[in-house]
Design a protein around this ligand. Sequence first.
Ligand code: SF4
Length: 74
Amino acid sequence: MTQQQWRIEVDRGTCIGSGMCTGIAPDHFTLVDGRSAPISQTPDDAVLDAAESCPVEAILVRAAESGAILAPQQ
Ligand code: SF4
């Protein structure tokens, strides 16, 4: 079975640069000019944790194919 691909997005207008996501998932997020940016689209549970932990819910993780939201939980 092929692993499902994800689409990981950060709303840079909403991000407050708390650095929570870069701490939880350093392989997937980095701070650029004080705002988070995704650096990898590779599926990883740490990305879901980061999306759930973001204080302003600026991270959106979708299944690339269906577009279904995987995190944060609504
Ligand atoms: S956790 Fe949210 S607010 Fe904090 S840096 Fe990441 S995207 Fe921005």
